[in-house]
Design a protein around this ligand. Structure first.
Ligand SMILES: Cc1cc2nc3c(=O)[nH]c(=O)nc-3n(C[C@H](O)[C@H](O)[C@H](O)COP(=O)(O)OP(=O)(O)OC[C@H]3O[C@@H](n4cnc5c(N)ncnc54)[C@H](O)[C@@H]3O)c2cc1C
Length: 395
C-alpha cells in the first residue's frame, strides 16, 4: 500500500500529494518537545511541531532556532527536514540542514532507527542524518529530530529601502557583501511584488514602479546597529529614494509578516500563481532580474520577482487570472526562457523548493545519469517494496 508522509502541506512541489493513492500519513499530532538542553544547546522535538511554535518555545529560554522558511507559521519540523528547507535567515545562519544533529525515523519496512547523536561531533559510519534530510519523504518517515540551538541575539535592526530602479536594488547584495557585512536577512521585491505588500509595510505610500530591499542585522546591540548603518549607507550610495531602520519589535514583525505573506497578497490580486525557483551567483542578480522583466514583457505576462537576494535565489512568479490554453503556451515559453537564462548565467533551477512530483524537468537532466542510478539504488535499500511516497523525485 503506498504511504505518503505529510506535515503542514505547504510544500511547493507537490511532495505530499498521494499520487498513487494509498495512505496519507499526517504527522501533525506528533508535536511534543521531548527535551530542551540549554547547557548543551539542543532540543529534541517531534516531527509535527510547527516551525514558528518551536522558535517561540526556545526563545522563551533565550535560545534561538534560526531556520525560517517563509511558511514557518504552518510548516512542520518534519517537513522542513524532509525538504531541507531554507529560509529568510540563510545568509548569516544557514538552513535546516545546518541545525540537524540527529533523527528518529521509521523505515518503510517497519524498523525504528536513530541517526546522529546529541553531541556536536558524530562521525561513525555514513551520515544518514544528512542523507534523509532533503529526501522528500521517499526514504523514511521522520518522527523526531535533535536540533542544534544557539544563543538568542540581543538586538535586531530591520532596514527597508525603496529604489526607483530595480537594477539598483539588485546591486545591494553584492555591495553589502563587499562592505564586509553579512546581514541575517536580505530580500528583494520587484515593483509587482512591492505593490502587493505596500499597504502592509511601515512606509509612506510607494510611488508606482518602485522596488524594495528588506534586510535585517542582529547580534549584540552595538554590532547590529553599526552593521545596519553600513547596509543603510550601501542603499543610499546606490540612490535609494527612501531608507528606514526599524528596531521596534512590533514594526519589525509587521515588515516580516508582510514578506512572509507575499504569496497570499499576490493571490488576492491574481488567483493563479505559477511560482518558479531560480538561483544565480550573487554577482549575476542584476542580469537575471533584468532578463525576467524582459521575458515577461515579451510574452505580455505579469511576473512578480522576489526572493533571497543575498544568495541569488529568486522566485519569479507569473500572475494570471485563469489558465486558458493560449496563456499556458506563453507561460511555458516564459518559464523555459527564464530557466535557460539562469543556466546561462551559471545558475540552477529548483534550488530551494525540491523536486516533488518532478514536473519541472527530467531528473536525468537535473541530477545527472550516474548519480541518479546511485540514488535509485539507495532508494531500494531503504524501501525495497517501493511503498514510500512513490512517484516523487525520480521514481
Ligand atoms: C508561502 C510559502 C513560503 C515558503 N517559503 C519557503 C522558504 O522560504 N524556503 C523553503 O525552503 N521553502 C519554502 N516553502 C516551501 C515549504 O513550505 C517547505 O518546504 C516546508 O519545509 C514544508 O514543510 P511541511 O511541513 O509543510 O511539509 P509538506 O508540504 O507536508 O511535505 C513536504 C515534503 O516532505 C515530506 N514530509 C513531510 N513531513 C514528513 C515526515 N515527518 N517524514 C518524512 N517526510 C515528510 C512530504 O512527503 C513531502 O514530500 C514555502 C511554501 C509556502 C507555501
Amino acid at each position: 500500500v503506498p504511504l505518503t508522509p505529510r506535515g503542514g502541506g505547504t510544500g511547493l512541489s507537490g511532495g505530499a500529494l498521494a499520487l498513487s493513492g494509498g495512505v496519507v500519513l499526517s504527522l501533525t499530532r506528533m508535536k511534543q518537545v521531548r527535551e530542551i538542553v540549554p547547557e548543551d544547546l539542543y532540543v529534541i522535538v517531534e516531527a509535527g511541531m510547527i516551525t514558528e511554535e518551536l522558535q517561540k518555545i526556545v526563545e522563551a529560554a533565550s535560545l534561538f532556532y534560526p531556520p525560517d522558511p517563509a511558511s514557518r507559521r504552518s510548516s512542520t519540523i518534519g517537513g522542513d527536514v524532509a525538504t531541507s528547507a531554507r529560509g529568510l535567515r540563510e545568509p548569516k545562519y544557514g538552513t535546516t540542514r545546518n541545525y540537524l544533529m540527529g533523527l528518529e525515523v521509521v523505515l518503510p519496512t517497519g524498523e525504528i532507527v536513530r541517526t546522529g547523536a546529541r553531541t556536536v561531533k558524530s562521525v561513525a559510519g555514513y551520515d544518514l542524518t544528512r542523507l534523509i534530510c532533503g529526501s522528500e519523504g521517499t526514504l523514511t518517515i521522520i518522527t523526531s529530530a535533535i536540533l542544534k540551538l544557539i544563543p538568542l541575539p540581543e538586538h535586531r535592526v530591520a532596514i527597508l529601502a525603496v529604489f526607483k530602479e530595480l537594477e539598483k536594488a539588485a546591486e545591494v547584495p553584492r555591495n553589502v557583501s563587499l562592505a564586509g557585512v553579512i546581514p541575517s536577512v536580505l530580500e528583494i521585491m520587484d515593483p509587482a511584488a512591492a505593490g502587493a505588500v505596500s499597504q502592509d509595510i511601515p512606509l509612506p505610500p510607494l510611488p508606482d514602479g518602485c522596488s524594495l530591499i528588506l534586510a535585517e542585522t542582529d547580534g549584540f546591540r552595538d554590532a547590529a546597529e553599526s552593521e545596519a548603518d553600513m547596509v543603510e549607507k550601501v542603499c543610499t550610495d546606490l540612490g535609494a529614494v527612501f531608507v528606514r531602520k526599524i528596531s521596534e519589535q512590533g514594526e519589525r514583525e509587521r515588515l516580516w509578516d508582510a514578506r512572509r505573506g507575499l504569496l497570499t497578497s499576490l493571490a488576492k490580486l491574481h488567483p493563479v500563481l505559477i511560482l518558479e525557483d531560480v538561483h544565480v551567483p550573487r554577482n549575476r542578480v542584476v542580469e537575471i532580474v533584468h532578463s525576467i522583466a524582459d521575458i515577461g514583457e515579451k510574452h505580455g505576462l505579469t511576473i512578480a520577482t522576489f526572493g533571497h537576494a543575498s544568495d541569488g535565489n529568486l522566485h519569479p512568479t507569473i500572475l494570471v487570472d485563469d489558465l486558458i490554453s493560449d496563456k499556458l503556451e506563453k507561460i511555458e515559453a516564459a518559464i523555459s526562457e527564464i530557466s535557460e537564462r539562469a543556466l546561462s548565467l551559471g545558475g540552477i533551477v529548483s534550488s530551494e523548493h525540491r523536486i516533488g512530483t518532478g514536473e519541472a524537468g527530467s531528473p536525468r537532466q537535473k541530477i545527472g545519469g550516474e548519480a541518479l542510478d546511485v540514488m535509485k539504488r539507495l532508494k531500494s535499500a531503504f524501501d525495497p517494496g517501493g511503498i514510500l511516497n512513490p512517484g516523487k523525485m525520480f521514481t
